[in-house]
Design a protein around this ligand. Sequence first.
Ligand SMILES: [Zn+2]
Length: 380
Amino acid sequence: MAIPTENVGSLPRPARLQQMIAAYDAGRVGFEELAAEQDAACKDSIERMEATGAPIVSDGEQRASSFATYPITDTLAGTGLADNLAADGQYFAIFDDGHHRQLPRLTGGPFRYKTFASDYLAKSLPYASKPMKQAVIAPSMLSLLYPLDEELDGYPREQFLNDLCDEAERDIRQAFATGAARVSIDFTEGRLAAKNDPRNPWTGRHMLEQFVELNNRVIDRFSAAERVNLGVHTCPGGDMDSVHSADVDYAELLPSMFKMNAGYFLMQLASEQDKERVYRLVGEHSRDDANGVPQVCFIGVIDPLNPTVESPDQVAEDLVTAARYIPTDRLGATDDCGFSPFSIDNKPKHGSPDFARDVAFRKIAARVQGTDIASERLGL
Ligand SMILES: [Zn+2]
């Protein structure tokens, strides 16, 4: 069987859309005008992704405030924040270029999503002629909404985590029910959990194991047949063309990460210093039986933070090398990350988000072509 290939989810929002979001935040335009711009960006994203030859596509998350905050706020500036949340939560991440992203803070219970990924998917599906995937956020990320040390009055942490798992399960089930062929769970906080950055307290609390357990509380609610199409994405971050945890050794993440009983993993690898070493680690720690499903390892062959477009040959070479360490029936190809996980992202290394979109589609085409070449070279 040929090597499967799948993107992570996001694309840069066109400059026009980013300007419209700012106008909406400032009260200069209404939601209908914003929604029309989002619809146009989703349609364009799907059509152009389909034109790359990709077998499965996404809408580029053009309606989402970010990969992490779509369930709880309409825009990154906090317009349309869900109930029981305040804007001033802890840092999710401090990136290598010095910028940071902050989460909202839970002020009380109950915790409820106001938007589900399926709400966006339902609007985008009519634009697609190929199968669509949908990314969702991991419960482990949203667990950081709860204060790190205090207990909230009348809403104990355990009750919050129960509510969170119910919402995360519903997010995934509804995405499948709406028509997603595949659902991947964004887990960028996994690698960051081993960072121990003194400026960002939660990264020094050894939370990786509890993140994995929490995510498994949700993943294990799905049958083996469902989990074949339920994935997990790991990366060192990808925002404003910068990363937050590339300095954390994969050896610290992988043994824990593969304990999650997901059927596939989308893993940053193109931008890794020593790829071959990580391929070996992936081969060693991934499981051919995770409670009834083999863990298919999609290795990153495209770097969305670098404007230089990879050649199909380079992509094929990476996959052929990886096949020395990962069985070919559990090998796939992906991008290192979404191309713009946050809605407001000027893609500084690219010069503009519109140019970064053009580059993204060329990169996706290179991934698709290179994956075909690799399948041929490996006789699959
Ligand atoms: Zn990512």
